[in-house]
Design a binder for this molecule. Structure first.
Ligand SMILES: [Zn+2]
Ligand SMILES: [Zn+2]
Length: 416
């Protein structure tokens, strides 16, 4: 049984100058010792106070109605059932209970603390969350999870109303893009900003589809979620393909009602729907933490660039120049084509390595490995002198980019 200790009997007697339920009395002594519930502490404290009163030939105190909580704890089962009812509507492996408590009750608790001290006390919210959580856990046969719950059931104790806050579902993967006509993310129409107009044929979009939609739509449907977001490890231009082992991404689905999604079946569906345009691999469940990682990683990348020489070249000179590109520092002023949406800055980047794949009088196929964030098209044509040195400058003739593909994202999974 809970031993309240001599020093605390005085405080308990003082607390009981106002009528309190066992929970509200016990909560004042919540941190005196562990291993008891607050109502056990309260019952023991009341017993000790009443024994003392009997010794002094005073009437024992009877509990009628709690002056702090109005005996809200009698409703714990009702709250737990309301939580279970809502949580059962969705698929989850764990949950957490939160409560919204009438501010009047909280201020009554604070005035009790001001009379008897707060040093060993616990706030009512904490006890309600825990006690409702315990009961709901038994009803649902699911664990209460404090750190990363899949769903938080928020109980408004005034109305026993429960609202669910469902954590998003995260799926990691790598994608390939085989089309030069689709953007990475959904792109709202510039004219109508997504409402639908003549320009976008009522779709509200600049492009009919995107990597995000091809991957996200089937996942959203399977998870019965609300919206999807694609977090890519960088992005390629619309007209660049993403080949090789693909680009890492995390697809986020908000408010999913289903979580146990068959990712093998999803991969097959996405790859069938996306045939010739987008393919995914390595799908697995992920986390918000990994989104941060994917967004901040800055891997080196390898490219294949098809280049047209706009003037006569000496092939030996071309080979010599390309050979000299290894570990070349370059300076890039924000390209003209993105200047409207990016700050105009000068960036120091470098070409890690380069080699000629094919070469003719008209042009060449160049393989390039560069530091993250290098503007490859601009490195080739020079962007009117905004990238220096550029391949055009080094060759002494204007070069045009015919096609660009990302062939490798060299992150921790692909690094040899
Ligand atoms: Zn109470
Ligand atoms: Zn439009």
């Amino acid at each position: 049984m809970f031993e309240i200790g001599l020093e605390n009997i005085e405080r308990a007697a003082k607390a009981l100058e106002q009528d309190l339920c066992d929970h509200c009395l016990g909560r004042v002594f919540a941190h005196v010792s562990t291993g008891f519930s607050n109502d056990e502490r309260g019952a023991a404290a009341r017993k000790a106070v009443n024994e003392m009163r009997v010794n002094y030939e005073m009437e024992p105190l009877e509990h009628v109605s709690c002056s702090v909580c109005e005996d809200i704890f009698l409703d714990l089962d009702r709250f737990a059932e309301a939580v279970a009812l809502e949580v059962r509507k969705i698929e989850c492996h764990n949950f957490l209970v939160g409560t919204r408590v009438d501010p009047v009750i909280q201020s009554r608790e604070e005035s009790l603390w001001s009379r008897v001290g707060q040093e060993t006390a616990e706030p009512i919210k904490v006890e309600l969350n825990r006690e409702i959580g315990k009961r709901a856990s038994a009803l649902l046969q699911k664990e209460v999870e404090f750190k990363a719950p899949e769903v938080v059931a928020l109980v408004d104790t005034r109305f026993a109303h429960v609202e669910l806050d469902i954590a998003p579902l995260f799926v990691y993967g790598r994608y390939n893009k085989f089309s030069r006509e689709i953007p990475q993310t959904k792109w709202p129409c510039r004219e109508c900003r997504g409402k639908g107009c003549k320009r976008c044929d009522g779709t509200g979009k600049m492009y009919q589809t995107s990597v995000q939609e091809i991957i996200g739509d089937p996942l959203l449907a399977a998870a019965e979620g609300k919206e999807h977001f694609l977090h890519g490890m960088g992005r390629e231009d619309i007209d660049a393909r993403m080949l090789g082992t693909g680009r890492p991404f995390v697809l986020e689905v908000s408010e999913p009602k289903k979580r146990d999604i068959d990712l093998v079946a999803m991969r097959e569906k996405i790859n069938a729907d996306g045939e010739g345009r987008v393919a995914v691999s390595e799908l697995r469940f992920s986390s918000r933490e990994e989104v941060r990682q994917v967004k901040t990683d800055s891997p080196e990348k390898a490219y294949i660039v098809d280049i047209r020489f706009k003037d006569k070249v000496n092939k030996d000179r071309v080979i010599e120049v390309v050979r000299s590109l290894d570990r070349t520092p370059i300076c890039q002023q924000t390209p003209v084509r993105v200047a409207h949406r990016r700050a105009d800055l000068e960036r120091a980047k470098s070409i890690i390595s380069a080699r000629v794949e094919e070469l003719s009088d008209e042009g060449m196929r160049l393989w390039l490995r560069t530091q993250s964030g290098t503007y490859v098209k601009e490195f080739v044509h020079g962007d009117g002198g905004r990238t220096r040195p550029s391949l055009s400058e080094l060759l002494g003739i204007p070069c045009e980019v015919l096609a660009l593909d990302v062939v490798e994202i060299i992150d921790k999974d692909t690094e040899a």
